[in-house]
Ligand binder design. Structure first.
Ligand SMILES: *Cc1c(COP(=O)(O)O)cnc(C)c1O
Length: 226
């Protein structure tokens, strides 16, 4: 049952936060609803969940349209392409997977004036695997500076999606690197409040390394069949 799983995930967040001397409120939960039906989203909403993440634009738009009257917050977490930016700027509240200035400029130009600025996180490629999305660490400061200057975007922080492994201490390593980059940019004057890292399998390691937002799909909705 979704509500039982959701309650368990929240308990795990609370317990892990306390274990690492953090307040449970300092860690938010993004429910990753990709491939899930609208009814699952409504169930989670009825149990107090209002932030949802989607990867596939064509799947997400009908859900967002149908759920217009619920006060939900929609995060785009999938890979960005130039031909998708217009609809993303129109339908989403957040984009967490920004890794190219070209996409940022398009989103900035396409974000309607009647909407608040689009919240964005820069996705960082911590494992530095060339085939993976995300900006390399060395290119991060320049990209952050350019994105922060765009008036229709609001740069909130960083996101990462490291290659998964099972061991807790190993899971912490890439998160520690991201957290250190986050802190360095904060010290350089960026007003960040969002460090998005950790999923069903590694959320505890991410919380140990000061994630402020964990993105959980299977832990809430069960295994994916698509
Ligand atoms: C699918 C996905 C998640 C959630 O993964 P689970 O293992 O289902 O918790 C989180 N972040 C991104 C970017 C994803 O694509």
């Amino acid at each position: 049952m979704i509500y039982e799983k959701l309650a368990k995930v929240r308990q795990r967040i609370t317990k892990t936060a306390q274990q690492f001397s953090r307040t449970p409120e300092s860690v938010d939960l993004l429910a990753v609803s990709k491939t899930r039906p609208i009814s699952d989203i409504i169930t989670a909403f009825n149990w107090g969940q209002y932030r949802f993440g989607e990867n596939y634009l064509q799947d997400a738009i009908p859900k967002i349209q149908f759920l217009r009257d619920y006060s939900l917050e929609w995060h785009f977490i999938g890979s960005l392409q130039s031909n998708k930016t217009r609809l993303i700027a129109e339908y989403f509240d957040w984009v967490q997977s920004l890794d190219k200035l070209k996409h940022a400029q398009r989103l900035n130009a396409q974000r309607a004036m009647y909407l608040p600025p689009l919240n964005v996180c820069i996705q960082v490629n911590i494992s530095e695997e060339p085939q993976k999305s995300g900006v390399q660490l060395v290119e991060l400061p320049a990209l952050a500076e350019a994105v922060a200057a765009l008036p229709r975007l609001r740069l909130r922080g960083l996101m990462a999606l490291p290659t998964s492994c099972q061991n807790f201490e190993q899971q912490r390593e890439p998160f520690r690197i991201l957290q250190s980059a986050y802190q360095q940019l904060q010290m350089a004057g960026f007003e960040f409040d969002t460090l998005s890292m950790g999923m069903t399998n590694d959320m505890m390691a991410a919380i140990a390394e000061k994630a402020t937002l964990v993105r959980v799909g299977r832990g809430i909705f069960g295994e994916r069949f698509k």
